[in-house]
Each structure stands twice: as C-alpha cells, then as structure tokens.
Design a binder for this molecule. Structure first.
Ligand code: PGA
Length: 256
C-alpha cells in the first residue's frame, strides 16, 4: 500500500506573518489526517524557518521549492541543500513546470538538483508534465517519459524510496483546467510503467505519483480515487488552510 502524499506549493506568495499563520492553520486543519497521509508545505525561502517553527511538533513536513546542486561557493542567489537541512527542510521540489518553462531549467539541471537532493539525504518531488501544444500533438507520454528518464538518471533503486513523482500537465497549472480523472489515471499508469522499465516492478509499485494542476476541494476526491494517483501537489488551493485540509482529507479517504 502506498501512503498518499499531499504537497502545498505556496510559490511566491505569502508574507512573513501570513506564512506563519498559514503554517499554523494547516497544522491544526490537517492534524486528523496525518496518521495515514503525508503532508508537506513548501513556503518561500525567507519564511522557511518561521513556517517550520509554526509547524512545531506536528506531522506536517517542511519542503523547499528549489535548491542548488553545488554544496557551497560563489553561486550568488542560490541556496544549498545543507542550508535547507539546517532550516528543517525534508522535501525539495525539482522540475516544477515554472522552473522548467519560466526560469528555463533544462532536464540536465533538474537531474543534478534531484541527485543532489537525494545525496544530501532529503526526499524529492520530481515534477513532470506536458505543455498544451505537446498534449495536442499527442506527445504527453513521450514528454513524461523523457523528463522521467532524464530526471532520474543516476538515481539508484534504493534512492527511489525517497522520490515522489508529481505529474503536472502544464496546461492545468493555475488555469482552473484539470485533467479528467481518467486522463490522469492513464498518464500515471504510463509513468509507473516507465519506472518499472527503469528499475523493477516492485520499485514502480512502491513509488508515489501525485497529480497536480488546479486540484481543489471539489475535484480532489475523484482524482485521488484513481488507482495510480497517490495524492496531489497543490498550488493555489494550498494557500487556504480549510480547502487544503479538504484536499488532504480526500487523499486520506480509503480508495475503493
Ligand atoms: P495549481 O498549481 O494547483 O495552482 O494549479 C499546482 C502546482 O503548480 O504545483
């Protein structure tokens, strides 16, 4: 049985006070579900420590939206994995579509960040997903497979225990458009078969694959009810503690 995982990606939102109060609100709103669902929030870098304090001794984990792969040195503006660990971070996002398509990160850079995260002993949510024109050209599976194979290059089967894949169709992120549960299931099953080919079926079966892209309180249950959808990565709706808790509750509900 795979334990579902729900991430709240706050992106470049909140301020110091609202990050603290959102972390507190998420902790209390989600507390009844964290025994059978993992919950992790990704505040902006400057608020990591404060949000971490607000999460206190709860089971809600702290994540970082990005990290640099070099251990230290002259890399102005970048943040190392050791710094993130020092701030209490246990998860790092890599390959998010905004980093790929707004900030121009290549498959190779995503892979370096993914490997560095694992080598630092942290867990990683590796995001993959196709753009609208790629979907319309029938390239969804090809793009996901390319991003998976490139992103996981050099990642061992043992390290896969600390990898979560997030399937996030780019056209669904922040747009209010969601993949249908059937489309999400098809893409997730295909991703799992690529993992089986890259590693072995047992590794593929144990790896959590989240769906992301306009998940809301109102559509989470049907998406998370699919057999290969193991929770979600949530952007906009993670900024409202009550709605985020509704999404976490949907992930915690037993799958039929
Ligand atoms: P969204 O973002 O829920 O606002 O679509 C999802 C994400 O970018 O992870």
């Amino acid at each position: 049985m795979r334990i579902p995982i729900v991430g709240g990606n706050w992106k470049m939102n909140t301020n110091r006070a609202s990050a603290r109060s959102l972390a507190q609100a998420v902790t209390s709103a989600c507390s009844s579900h964290t025994h059978n669902t993992q919950v992790v929030v990704f505040p902006p870098f400057p608020y990591l420590v404060e949000a971490g304090v607000a999460l206190g001794g709860s089971n809600v984990m702290l994540g970082a939206q990005d990290a640099y792969f070099e251990p230290d040195g002259a890399f102005t503006g970048e943040v190392s994995l050791a710094m993130l660990k020092d701030c209490g971070v246990s998860f790092v996002l890599t390959g998010h579509s905004e980093r790929r398509h707004v900030l121009g990160e290549s498959d190779d850079l995503v892979n370096r960040k993914t490997r560095a995260t694992l080598d630092a002993g942290l867990s990683c949510i590796l995001c993959v997903g196709e753009k609208l024109e790629e979907r319309e050209a029938g390239q969804t599976d090809t793009v996901n497979e390319r991003q998976l194979r490139a992103g996981l290059r050099g990642v061992s089967a043992d390290q896969m225990a600390r990898i979560v894949i997030a399937y996030e169709p780019v056209w669904a992120i922040g747009t209010g458009k969601t993949a249908t549960p059937a489309d999400a299931q098809t893409a997730h099953a295909r991703i799992r078969s690529v993992l089986a080919d890259l590693y072995r079926p047992a590794v593929a079966n144990a790896t959590r694959i989240q769906y992301g892209g306009s998940v809301k309180g109102s559509n989470a249950s049907e998406l998370f009810g699919q057999p290969d959808v193991d929770g979600g990565l949530i952007g906009g709706a993670s900024l409202k503690a009550d709605e985020f808790a509704q999404i976490v509750a949907a992930a915690a509900a037993p799958r039929s």
